[in-house]
Design a protein around this ligand. Structure first.
Ligand SMILES: C[S@@+](CC[C@H](N)C(=O)[O-])C[C@H]1O[C@@H](n2cnc3c(N)ncnc32)[C@H](O)[C@@H]1O
Length: 590
C-alpha cells in the first residue's frame, strides 16, 4: 500500500475542523490534526450570552451584529438588515457557543433540517456539537460485559476516551468494541471504510489492533484524526502494542489502497439510504441515494470487502430499515442479501436496539391510531469469508414451541386500554412467563381489527411429520396468523426449504379468506445450521411474493430476561445464543 506522509495541501473548515491532505489527486493519507475555532473572541461570547438571555426574558432580542434590540423575529431581522450570509454565520456562532438546537430554532426561526443543512454545508459534515471536545475522563467503559446473545442494547451510548455523539449518526462505541473483541486478536488488522467520526478507529487503537480507516468525506477524516489525537495510558497496553490507525479519504466501492486477503475484520456502519444526509454535495456519498440505487452500490462494497478479507475473516455491517407510505422498506434484509450473494456466509444476525425513538406522548398515540410501529431496531449481521464452502461445525440451538392463540386473546379493547397495553415500537420485550400469550394478544389486538382471525400452527420436517393446528375465529377474517415452531431440533437445509414451501402453500390457500385491508402475520426465528445462521425471517420475506401483500412491519420479539453473559471472553466459534424471534406483518392491499 502506498502511503503519503508529507502534507502539501490544507483545507480548513470555517467552524473547527482542519484536514491535512497529502496530495489532493492521489490516494490521500492524513496525519493528525487538532481542532481550532476561527471565532470565539471573548467579546462575542459575551454578546451571544446576552442574545440568549434577552430572548429568554422575552423583552426583545439583541442582534449579535448591529446590537439593535429586535422586538420581532431575530432571524428575519438579520436576513433583512444584514443578508443571508450573516444570518448563516450568526446561527453557526450560536451553535459554536453551545446554544441548543431548540433554542437556535426559536431564536432564529429555523427548522431542525435547515439548521442541519447550514452546519453540514459550513463544516462539510453533519456535526451536532461544534464546541471543542471535552478532556478524556476515562479510557474504558465502566463494568463492561461482552454481549453473549443476539440482542444488543446500549442505553448509554458510551463516552469513554474521545468518544462523543457529535458526528450525527455515529454508532455507539460499544458496538465496535464488542465486534473487535469477539472477532479479532491484538495486532490483527481492522478495516472501517465508513469511518465517519472515527469511532471504530478509536476502539481499534484502544484495543491494540492495527486499523485502516477511511471515509469518502474529507471533513470526516478531520474528525477522525481529532478523535485519534490521544496517547492511551501505558497501563492499557501491558500485554500488547498500540498501533496508530492509518486514515484515508477513500470510496468504499473502490479500496485500491487495501491489498487482497489482508484484513482480519471489517467493522462498518454504512449510511442508510436517504435517512441522514452526511454531506451536502460529495459525489459518491451513498447517504444521498434511494434504496434501489443504494443496494446496487452496496454490491460493489460487498465485493471489495470479500476481496480484501482474509479467508475466515469476519465482516460486521450495521444496517436498519426505513419506511415508505406507512410500510417498511427492508433495507436490512436486502443488504444481507447483497452480501450473501457476494459469497459471504452468515455467522450471526444480531439485533441492535435503538433507544432514541419516541415511545411516549404524541408518537405513542399516533402509533395506535394509525397502526404503525416506530422503528426501534437495526441489524448487525456478522458475515464470514469462507475458507471452504463445506465447513462442518454443529452447534445445537434450543428452540421452544410456540403456544396456540386462545380465543380470549381476540377480545376487543378500547383505544384507551390499547394504548396502555400494546407495544408501539418494532421491538417487543415481553415477560418470559407469559411470552406467547402477550405476543399473541398484541398481534390479535393490533391486526385483527373489528373482524375475526384465523391462526395456523404447523410443524414440518422434510419427509416427516406434518401437524397442522388451525383455529378459526369468524367467517370473514381480518388476520391470518401463522405460527410455526417448525425447525425444532437441529434442522438441515432441506428442512428450511420444506418449511418455506409449506408457508407459501398456506399463504396461498388462506389469503383469499382475508379481507382487503386485513393482515398476514408470520412468527418465525433464525436458526443455526452447521455453525452458520439461516436467516429465516429474511427467507420468509424473500419467499412471500404477492402483489396483494405489502410488507407492513418487521417486529423483533424477545423476552425481558436478556441474560447477558459473564465477563469471560466468548470466542467466535461459540456463537451467540439466539434470543429473538420475528413477526413479519403484511397488509393485504387488494
Ligand atoms: C453512518 S456513518 C458512519 C458513522 C461511524 N460509524 C461513526 O461512528 O462515526 C456513514 C459514513 O459513510 C460515509 N460514506 C458515504 N458514502 C461513502 C462511500 N461511497 N465511501 C466511503 N464512505 C462513505 C459517510 O460520509 C458517513 O461518514
Amino acid at each position: 500500500m502506498q502511503m503519503y506522509s508529507n502534507t502539501s495541501y490544507t483545507s480548513v473548515c470555517p467552524h473547527g475542523v482542519v484536514v491535512l491532505v497529502a496530495d489532493p489527486k492521489a490516494d490521500f493519507m492524513y496525519t493528525r490534526a487538532s481542532r481550532f475555532t476561527t471565532s470565539g473572541a471573548p467579546s462575542e461570547e459575551i454578546l451571544m450570552s446576552r442574545v440568549v438571555e434577552a430572548a429568554q426574558n422575552r423583552g426583545g432580542t439583541l442582534c449579535p451584529i448591529c446590537r439593535a434590540l429586535v422586538s420581532s423575529n431575530l432571524g428575519q431581522h438579520i436576513r433583512d438588515t444584514h443578508g443571508q450570509e450573516d444570518f448563516r454565520r450568526a446561527i453557526l456562532r450560536a451553535k459554536e457557543h453551545g446554544t441548543s438546537d431548540p433554542e437556535i430554532g426559536s431564536l432564529f426561526g429555523v427548522t431542525f433540517r435547515q439548521l442541519e443543512k447550514i452546519v453540514t454545508e459550513a463544516c462539510g459534515a453533519n456535526i451536532s456539537v461544534l464546541r471543542k471536545p471535552k478532556a478524556v475522563k476515562s479510557w474504558e467503559p465502566r463494568d463492561f460485559v461482552e454481549e453473549t446473545t443476539t440482542v444488543w442494547s446500549f442505553k448509554q451510548r458510551g463516552s469513554w476516551a474521545t468518544h462523543s455523539g457529535r458526528y450525527r449518526g455515529n454508532w455507539s462505541p460499544y458496538i465496535p468494541r464488542n465486534v473487535i473483541l469477539k472477532y479479532s486478536q491484538p495486532g490483527d488488522v481492522v478495516l472501517d471504510f465508513f469511518v465517519g467520526g472515527g469511532t471504530t478507529a478509536v476502539e481499534a487503537k484502544l484495543l491494540g489492533r492495527r486499523c485502516i480507516a477511511s471515509d469518502i468525506n474529507p471533513a470526516c477524516i478531520g474528525l477522525t484524526l481529532e478523535s485519534l489525537d490521544f496517547e492511551p495510558p501505558t497501563s492499557l497496553f501491558k500485554e500488547f502494542s498500540v498501533y496508530e490507525p492509518q486514515v484515508f479519504v477513500a470510496d468504499a466501492r473502490n479500496l485500491s489502497h487495501v491489498p487482497d486477503n489482508s484484513i482480519d475484520l471489517i467493522c462498518a456502519h454504512p449510511p442508510y439510504a436517504g435517512i441522514i444526509n452526511y454531506s451536502s454535495d460529495i459525489e459518491g456519498d451513498l447517504s444521498r441515494l434511494r434504496p434501489d440505487d443504494f443496494l446496487r452500490e452496496m454490491k460493489k462494497v460487498a465485493e471489495e470487502s470479500y476481496r480484501v478479507l482474509k479467508p475466515e475473516g469476519k465482516c460486521a455491517i450495521l444496517i436498519g430499515d426505513t419506511r415508505k407510505q406507512k410500510h417498511v422498506v427492508p433495507i436490512g434484509f436486502q443488504t444481507i442479501d447483497v452480501f450473501l450473494r457476494s459469497r459471504f456466509r452468515l455467522r450471526e444476525l444480531i439485533i441492535k436496539r435503538q433507544h432514541n425513538c419516541k415511545t411516549t406522548g404524541f408518537w405513542y398515540t399516533k402509533s395506535i391510531e394509525n397502526n404503525f410501529l416506530l422503528l426501534a431496531h437495526e441489524y448487525l449481521p456478522i458475515f464470514e469469508k469462507p475458507k471452504s464452502p463445506e465447513r462442518a461445525l454443529l452447534i445445537k440451538e434450543g428452540f421452544r414451541g410456540y403456544g396456540h392463540v386462545s380465543p380470549s386473546e381476540a377480545k376487543r379493547l378500547s383505544l384507551k386500554r390499547k394504548i396502555q397495553e400494546l407495544e408501539t415500537t418494532t421491538v417487543w420485550i415481553l415477560p418470559r412467563e407469559d411470552f406467547e400469550k402477550r405476543l399473541n394478544k398484541n398481534v390479535v389486538d393490533r391486526y385483527s381489527g373489528e373482524r375475526g382471525y384465523v391462526t395456523i400452527d404447523f410443524v414440518s420436517h422434510c419427509g416427516g411429520e406434518r401437524r397442522l393446528h388451525e383455529q378459526r375465529g369468524a367467517k370473514t377474517n381480518g388476520l391470518l396468523f401463522i405460527k410455526s415452531s417448525v425447525l425444532a431440533d437441529n434442522p438441515f437445509y432441506l428442512d428450511v426449504e420444506s418449511y418455506l414451501r409449506q408457508m407459501q402453500m398456506i399463504v396461498k390457500q388462506e389469503l383469499p379468506g382475508i379481507v382487503k385491508g386485513g393482515f398476514l402475520a408470520i412468527q418465525t426465528q433464525d436458526v443455526r445450521i452447521n455453525g452458520y445462521i439461516e436467516p429465516l425471517a429474511k427467507r420468509v420475506v424473500d419467499s412471500i411474493v404477492s402483489g396483494d401483500l405489502w410488507l407492513k412491519e418487521i417486529v423483533v420479539v424477545t423476552s425481558t430476561q436478556g441474560e447477558r453473559g459473564s465477563t469471560k471472553h466468548v470466542s467466535s466459534t461459540d456463537g451467540l445464543r439466539i434470543t429473538h424471534q420475528y413477526l413479519i406483518i403484511y397488509e393485504k392491499v387488494s
